[in-house]
Ligand binder design. Sequence first.
Ligand code: NAD
Length: 432
Amino acid sequence: MKICVIGTGYVGLVSGTCFSEIGNNVACVDIDKKKIDKLNNGFVPIFEPGLEELIKRNVKHKRLNFSSKIEDNIKSSDIVFICVGTPTNKKSNQADLKQVFKVAKLIKNNLNKYKIIVNKSTVPVTTGDKIEKILNTKKNKNKFDVISNPEFLREGEAIRDFMYPDRVVIGSNSKKANSVMKNLYLPILKKRSRYFNCSRRAAELIKYASNAFLATKITFINEMANLCEKSNIDVKDISIGMGLDERIGDRFLRAGPAYGGSCFPKDTRALVTTAKSFNTDLSIVKTVINSNQNRNNLLNKRILKLLNNKINNKIITFLGVTFKAGTDDMRESPCLDMIPFLLKKGSTIKYYDPSGEKTNFFINKNVKFSPNIKDACNGADLIIIHTEWNEFKQINFRKLNKNKNLKVFDLRNLYSPSLMKKINIRYYGIGR
Ligand code: NAD
């Protein structure tokens, strides 16, 4: 099967590489020539555990290649995956579909034989209909099927998620397209995942509904954490006690900072806006969005309180700045709200992140990247554990920082409060 994956970002690069790993001939294409050059020179432009080895192996076996020649690769493919970005349009809060429609037009002009056009980007209900309308010229009649195949991978665990999915959702009522897609996914379906075929519109909504539900779970436990803080209960006990109920489950039930990343914030916003266009009020999702935004303010206030409102000239260290562990993705990371707030109050920020220095902070001389945990912790008044990277789980803070008044604010509840007390660290967690 010859596949063309358009958009070589987190989703396109992982999907394309994994499809090549299961024996397909894949071209990953992108308008970003620098990205393609990097890949062709052996560099992987994103941080995703295990991806580099997989790319190397499949390039070596000539099943995977990277190219800026998008049109040629569309022409020579049987299946074309659309994996471009769908960010929030800041004015309307809708998903901005410019990139998707641009690609659809390019496909329209290069349909030389029957192809399945698979939309993997997260898009609002009816986008598939609109793509079909773009492609549907006289010349292109009966030469394509447009289907929806939402992607559920998580950054940091993307390869495992792709190769061992809980489900593969295919939105299409074309028998021909369905049979090709089932065959394509067959090698990973054997590993007990469920292939679910539904309408194209349903597949589009399944993705948004899933993300909104997970965002709700996180927001729910974060609100419980607020209550726990005031009632002398450890929220970890609540998560465990609730999670033991199989109807609830323990995943996405860990209290922490506001949810961030490239999906939940933009997808919850887009879902509410789409529903509005169908005269439907999604009051629960709206409340989740508000509660999550308030969480940033709440944690900022908590930091002020921890430092007795004396924040000017204080050195605050962030351990981890990405929105979660295992990725270099900074999109809508909670610290992008916290750090500017703390800078405005006169503090200096140091940070260390295992995925490297971030361009987001280049413009501010009061934000300094440390090359390791030791350097980051040295001299700090307050250390904020922002991301749950494994290497942050066993730090001897006393050894790295001699400041008697050192405070540690653990947004991920990685440490035991009683153990921290024993070594005289003023330790604060979330919901405990
Ligand atoms: P990304 O920004 O990392 O990658 C998108 C890529 O598309 C970029 O490399 C960009 O240069 C390229 N591109 C844009 N316009 C193009 C064009 N006209 N022709 C060729 N290439 C073009 O985005 P992403 O994180 O991979 O997300 C892609 C989609 O998948 C989004 O809709 C997102 O919501 C969804 N999604 C993302 C994740 C995730 O964890 N990142 C998970 C599931 C679904």
